[in-house]
Design a protein around this ligand. Structure first.
Ligand code: HEC
Ligand code: HEC
Ligand code: HEC
Ligand code: HEC
Length: 505
C-alpha cells in the first residue's frame, strides 16, 4: 500500500485514475449481478409449481403443467424417425435382422418376439403388444408374472406404495393390467416436492444394501446415472425372497462383472429356462447397460448417463435438461461437443467403428453357439447320457451368457468397447472348447460327420425350425386386444378421474 501512496503523492492524477477504474469495475459488476438475478427470477418463475403434485402422481401430463419444457421434451421420446447405423428410435424387429437369435432363445419367450428398444413413451404399449406377454383372458392368466411391469411405468411405485413391494411381485402380469398404464415418467425419477432425483425401485436400493453401500450417500453426479440403473441393468426373479412372489433382484452380491454374476447364478443353481434343443440350463442376460457402462472410460472420468442422453438445452434464455432420452447421435452438438472438439462426422465415425468391430465377433460367437445347440441335440438323439452332457451343457450356458451380456447391454459397444470385446472373446473360447467336447462325444456315439447348420436364413424359417406356431400366438394376441385390453383401459380411466375429484375436495 505504501508504494501506491508514494506514487499518488508524486503524481496526483493517479488518484483520479484509481477512482475511475474502481467506478467502472463496480458498475460492470453491478450489471452482471443484475443480469444474474434477472435470470434467477426467470428460472423461479418458470419452475414455480402451479399445481400441487402428490407423491405418487403417475400421470406425466399433470407434472407437465408445472414443468412444461421438461414435459414437452419428454413427450418427444415418441419420435421414431431417427435411425443410426445400429440403433435409434425406430421399431426394429431384431429376430428378422438376425434369425440366429430365434435358435439361441429356443424354448424362451424372446424367440417369439424381440424388438429393439424405442423411446420411453412406448414402454407400456410395446410390452402390451409383445407376443412375449401372451394373450391373457383374465387377471390370473398368461405366461408372465406381475414383476414384468416393474421397469415400465410410474404406476409401479404407486402400486408398490399401495399394496407393498412383496405383494406387487405376486400374481400374473395380467393382474396389474388395469393399474399400470402410464409410460415411464416423472415420478420414476423425481421427488414431486423438491424435484430432486430419487430412486423409486427397491431392487436397486436392496442390491446396494447387500453390497454394503448406502444409496442415499450417492453424489449428485452418481444419481444422474443411478436413476437409469433402476432399469438398465441385469436382473432376475428370485422365488425364495417372499413366498409366492417373483421378487425382482439384481445379482451383484459378488460384483458386477460377467464372471461375478455368472458365479452368483451358478452357486444358486439358477436358470431362466431349459433350452429347447440342447436342454442346457440357460441364463438370459437382460440388459446390463449400467454394469458395462461402469467399466468404460467415460464412467471412469465421471461422465454420467444423463450427460450424454439428457444434455442441457436452451430455449428463450432458459437452460433446462432435455428429457428426450434417445441416441446421442441424434444430437451430437449438445451430447458430445460440450466436451469434445472434434467434428460431428468424426465423433459419429468413432461410435460406428467400435460398433462394427464388436459386431463382427459377436456374429461369429452367435454362429458357434447355434452350432453347439444343434450338435448337443444330435448327441441327445444318439443316446448321450446326462453325465456325458453335463460339462457340455454348462459350457453352452456360459458361452451364451457371455454373448447375451455383451449383446443385451444396449450401447455397450460404445459405452465400454474394450470390456465388451473381452466378454465376447471369452465367450468364443468357451464355445470352441465346448464344441471340441461335443465332437469327441459325437464320435464316441458313432457319429463322425459335421452336424449340418440349420436353414435359418429368415425369422420365419428359424421359428419353424424350433417349432413355434407364431400365427396362433398372433391371433390370440388380437383377441386379447379386442376383449381384455379395452376393459383395462376403461378401468384405468375411471380410476384416474377419481384422482382429480379427490384433488378438488
Ligand atoms: C423405469 C425404468 C426405466 C428408467 C428409469 C430408464 N429407462 Fe431407459 N428404457 C426403459 C425401457 C423399458 C425402454 C424400452 C422402451 C420400449 O422399447 O418401448 C428404454 C429405452 C431407452 C433408450 C432407447 C431409446 C431409443 O430411442 O432408442 C435409451 C437411450 C434409454 N432408455 C436411456 C435411459 C437413460 C439414459 C435413463 C436415465 C436417465 C433411462 N433410460 C431410465 C426403461 C427405463
Ligand atoms: C429417467 C429419469 C427421469 C425422468 C423419467 C424424468 N426426469 Fe426430470 N430430470 C432427470 C435428470 C437426470 C435431471 C437433471 C437433474 C440434475 O442434474 O440435478 C432432471 C431434471 C429435471 C428438472 C430440473 C430442471 C432441469 O430441467 O434441469 C425438472 C423440473 C424435471 N426434470 C422435470 C421432469 C418432468 C416434468 C418429467 C416428466 C415429464 C421428468 N422430469 C422425467 C431425470 C428424469
Ligand atoms: C462430460 C464430458 C464428455 C461427454 C459429454 C462426452 N465425452 Fe467422450 N470422453 C470424455 C473424456 C473425459 C474422455 C477420456 C479421454 C481422456 O481423458 O483423455 C472421453 C473419451 C472419448 C473417446 C475415446 C475413448 C474410447 O472409447 O476409446 C471417444 C471415442 C469419445 N469420448 C466419444 C464421445 C462421444 C461420441 C460422445 C457423445 C455421444 C462423448 N464422447 C461425450 C468426456 C466426454
Ligand atoms: C459418453 C456418452 C454416453 C454415456 C455416458 C452413456 N451413453 Fe448410452 N449411448 C451413447 C452412444 C453414443 C450410444 C450409441 C447410439 C447409437 O448407436 O445410435 C448409446 C447407446 C445407448 C443405448 C441404446 C440406444 C438405442 O437407441 O437403442 C442405451 C439404452 C443407452 N445408451 C443407455 C445408457 C445408460 C443407461 C447409460 C448410463 C448407465 C449411458 N447410456 C451412458 C452414449 C453414451
Amino acid at each position: 500500500m505504501k508504494a501506491l501512496t508514494d506514487l499518488i503523492a508524486k503524481r496526483p492524477w493517479m488518484a483520479w485514475l484509481v477512482f475511475f477504474v474502481t467506478l467502472i469495475i463496480v458498475f460492470v459488476l453491478g450489471l452482471i449481478a443484475a443480469s444474474i438475478t434477472e435470470r434467477r427470477a426467470e428460472a423461479v418463475f418458470v419452475n414455480t409449481p402451479t399445481k400441487e403434485i402428490s407423491n405418487f402422481e403417475p400421470r406425466n401430463e399433470v407434472w407437465g403443467e408445472n414443468y412444461p419444457r421438461e414435459f414437452q421434451s419428454y413427450y418427444e421420446t415418441a419420435d421414431t424417425t431417427f435411425a443410426s447405423k445400429y440403433n435409434g428410435g425406430a421399431m426394429i424387429d431384431m429376430l428378422e435382422v438376425d434369425p440366429r437369435l430365434v435358435v439361441l432363445w429356443a424354448g424362451y419367450g424372446f424367440a417369439k418376439d424381440y424388438n429393439q428398444g424405442r423411446g420411453h413413451y412406448f414402454a407400456v404399449t410395446d410390452l402390451v403388444n409383445s407376443l412375449r406377454t401372451g394373450a391373457p383372458t383374465n387377471d390370473k392368466d398368461g405366461p408372465m408374472p406381475s414383476t414384468c411391469w416393474t421397469c415400465k411405468s410410474p404406476d409401479v411405485p404407486r402400486m408398490m406404495a399401495e399394496e407393498g413391494v412383496g405383494e406387487f411381485y405376486k400374481g400374473k402380469w395380467s393382474r396389474l393390467g388395469a393399474e399400470v398404464v402410464n409410460p415411464i415418467g416423472c415420478a420414476d425419477c423425481h421427488d414431486p416436492k423438491t424435484m430432486n432425483l430419487r430412486i423409486t425401485r427397491p431392487a436397486l436400493v436392496e442390491a446396494f444394501e447387500r453390497m454394503g453401500k448406502d444409496i442415499k450417500k450417492a453424489s449428485h453426479q452418481e444419481m444422474r446415472s443411478l436413476v437409469c440403473a433402476q432399469c438398465h441393468v441385469e436382473y432376475y426373479f428370485n422365488k425364495k425372497t417372499v413366498e409366492g412372489a417373483n421378487y425382482l433382484t439384481f445379482p451383484w452380491d459378488n460384483g458386477m462383472s460377467v464372471e461375478a454374476m455368472e458365479e452368483y447364478y451358478d452357486n444358486m443353481n439358477f436358470k431362466d429356462w431349459t433350452h429347447a434343443l440342447s436342454k442346457a440350463p440357460m441364463l438370459k442376460a437382460q440388459h446390463p447397460g449400467y454394469e458395462v457402462y461402469l467399466t468404460g472410460v467415460h464412467a471412469d472420468r465421471g461422465v454420467s448417463c444423463a450427460d450424454c442422453h439428457m444434455p442441457y438445452k436452451s430455449e428463450g434464455g432458459q437452460k433446462f435438461t432435455d428429457h428426450k432420452i434417445q441416441s446421442p447421435l441424434n444430437n451430437v452438438a449438445n451430447s458430445c461437443q460440450v466436451c469434445h472438439r472434434e467434428e460431428t462426422k468424426k465423433l459419429v465415425q468413432n461410435v460406428y467403428e467400435r460398433q462394427d468391430q464388436i459386431i463382427e465377433n459377436r456374429d461369429k460367437l452367435e454362429e458357434l453357439i447355434v452350432r453347439a445347440h444343434v450338435e448337443a441335440k444330435k448327441a441327445w438323439d444318439l443316446g448321450a447320457t446326462e453325465e456325458q452332457m453335463k460339462d457340455i451343457l454348462m459350457g453352452i450356458r456360459h458361452a451364451q451368457w457371455r454373448w447375451d451380456y455383451a449383446a443385451a447391454s444396449h450401447g455397450g459397444s460404445f459405452h465400454s468397447p474394450v470390456e465388451t470385446s473381452r466378454v465376447i472373446s471369452t465367450g468364443i473360447t468357451k464355445a470352441q472348447d465346448t464344441r471340441i467336447l461335443l465332437a469327441r462325444l459325437l464320435a464316441d456315439l458313432g457319429f463322425n460327420k459335421e452336424v449340418p447348420y440349420p436353414d435359418i436364413a429368415t425369422k420365419a424359417k428359424a421359428q419353424k425350425f424350433i417349432g413355434l406356431d407364431v400365427d396362433k400366438m398372433k391371433a390370440d394376441k388380437e383377441s386379447f386386444k379386442k376383449n381384455l385390453l379395452p376393459k383395462w383401459i376403461d378401468e384405468a380411466d375411471a380410476r384416474e378421474e377419481g384422482y382429480d375429484k379427490k384433488e378438488q375436495i
